[in-house]
Structures are given as C-alpha cells and as structure tokens.
Design a binder for this molecule. Sequence first.
Ligand code: SF4
Length: 374
Amino acid sequence: MNDLFQNRKLHGTHLGDILLDWFARHQRDLPWRRTYTPYHVWISEIMLQQTQMDRGVQYFQRWIQHFPDIRSMALASEDEILKHWEGLGYYSRARNLHRAAQILCHDNNCELPREIQQLLRLPGIGPYTARAIASIAFEQDVCVVDANVERLVSRIFNLKNPVKSRQTQLQINALCEEILPPGRARAFNQAAMEFGSLVCVPRKPACGSCPVAGLCEARLLGVEEERPVGAKPVQPIYLSMSTGVLIHEGRILVQKRQPDDVWANLWEFPGGLVEEGETPAQAVIREFMEETRLRVVAPEPIALFKHAYTRYRVTLNAFFVQLCSDPTDIVLHAAQEYRWSSWKELQALAFPAGHRKLIAHLNDDPRFQARVHP
Ligand code: SF4
C-alpha cells in the first residue's frame, strides 16, 4: 500500500465513506435498486455489459415484464429469448442467461446461489459478474472493479502503469478492498461505479465539484486526464457485405444461423462478404448459390446500411433478388434451418442489427409491400 494512502487513513478520512455519502444523495433511481431481488440484479448486470444505461433500463423493464422470474426464463424457447434480446447485441449473453436459468431450475429450485464459486459455474457469469451479484444482491464484502472503478482508483492513487496490466489490476483490486467499508459492499460498489460514470468521467472529469478532490493524487498533480494509462486503441476493420431479399408468392426467404457461428441462432437474409474484385450485386448472387443452392438474378438495390460491432464497421448492401430455380431446391450450407416466412411471422424472429435496419426499411418500402401483399 503506498504512503499516500496510509496517510489518508491516518488522517481519519475515509474515501469509502465519502463515496457512500455521495451515493446516498446522488444515486440514480434504477428499477433493480428498488428491491435488489437477486434475479433483477443478475439481469441488470448482464444487460449493462456493453450497453448504455438508458437503453439497458428500457430492455430490463421489458424483460422483467415478459420473464418475471428465473422459472419463466427457463421455460421460454430460445427464439423467444433472442427476440426479447434483439437489438442489445452480444447475443451469447442471452443464450447464457437462458442456459443458466435452465440449470438453476434443474439444480437449485430456480434460485441463484449466494456463493461466488457457485455463481462462477453458471454460463455467462465470470469473476466480475459473480462479484457484482454476490455484493449487490447478497451483500457480501467483495469489490467489483469495472472500467469506471479502474479510472477512479487510477486517478485517486495516480497509478502510472497500464491499467490493464496484471500488476495494476491486482493493485486496483487491493486498493478497492482497502477502501470498502465493511458491511457496505452493496452501496459502496455501486457508489464507486456510479461516481466514475457521472463525476470522474474519462474526458473532463468534474474535479471542481468532486468531494474527493482533496485526496486525489492525479488531480493534485494535474495529470487526471492522463489517468488511467491505457493500451493502444484498436484499429477498426471495414467490411462490405451483401444480402438479398427473395420473395416468392408473398413469402420471404430467411435462414437461421448455425449455433456455433457469430450471431448464433439468429435469423438473417442470405448473403455474406463481398470478395475482392467482385461488385456487391455479384456477391449477392454468388452467396445465394453458395449458401442455399438457389439461383437468383436481377439484383435490385434496396439501400445501404451501416453498422458497427466490436472492432468491425460493416456496410450492408441490400438487394431484392428474383428466383430463377425451384423454391424447394434449397440445400443449406451456412445455416441450420430456413423458412419461407410471411411478413407477420418474420416480425417474431430475432435478427442481427444490420438486418433489423433492413427490415425497418422494408416496412416503408412500397416495392417490398407490393411484393408481399400483391
Ligand atoms: S478530483 Fe477529478 S480526477 Fe480526482 S476523483 Fe475527483 S473527478 Fe476524478
């Protein structure tokens, strides 16, 4: 432990108490904070990974309305689970929730265990989530370190090594455990995360009104914007993809992705990457043949849709295509199942983001409506 920290403790100033006091006055009114039901805490923790708070709250409320407890989630079909997750991305989170709910109903009377080691055995629950559930739902005295806490601790203690290094991670965790007031982990962990996301923000932290400014080493040295010390930014990868909307007798061809593929078990319109030396229109014809063995012709542009996920920046070129072979001659090569779906049936299926944008566009496209409702 560094001298600065020891000095602060000796002066009787406890960072944890300051953060708890701030939290008592400024915490956001979030639905899972009303009762701290373990199921609600679990869902909120999973949903808020990679998701902004406002969006997470909306999805949380819809989810709890539809799946009010672990049993209802366990009994749902995977298509139903994915449909209610649609738009949040990182669909493995939803599949893991579903599997974990089924395991809990089989082994533990549809209840979450209290112990970190038992939580860690469930799909989709790693060390961070296990500690969050253990402390926030079950009030166990363990620290939860997310990016907000990393930033806050790095600044207060002016940590100079890369924040993601193992050494710094251990240091942050140890400092956090030191600050945590015994018996107050539920409030303290949320306080530290919320303080980091509302006050000690990445750019231009609100140091002028910060209640721990007098104890913040980075602030005292004027280096708060240089903390935490980050890794190199990852360069995005740009991809061009083509997809085709094939309509036959008012029904639309969609296929379900393989269970071990990216966007596993989601539905999509056939298509794929535009290869070097090929136009998007040529790509959609080739992809139909490769994925379904169907021959399609006359690609007619619908629109371009841009979408970002992880480090990829995708441009999706969408076309109407016309069938040039027997609609029953489908042999799937990239999917587990296909359907000639009505427009209404299609609304109940879960699609990845780019395809959802395409569906929203089709809803307002008179060419499409004329083909599905001739
Ligand atoms: S003084 Fe500034 S950098 Fe330090 S904890 Fe407060 S907001 Fe963060």
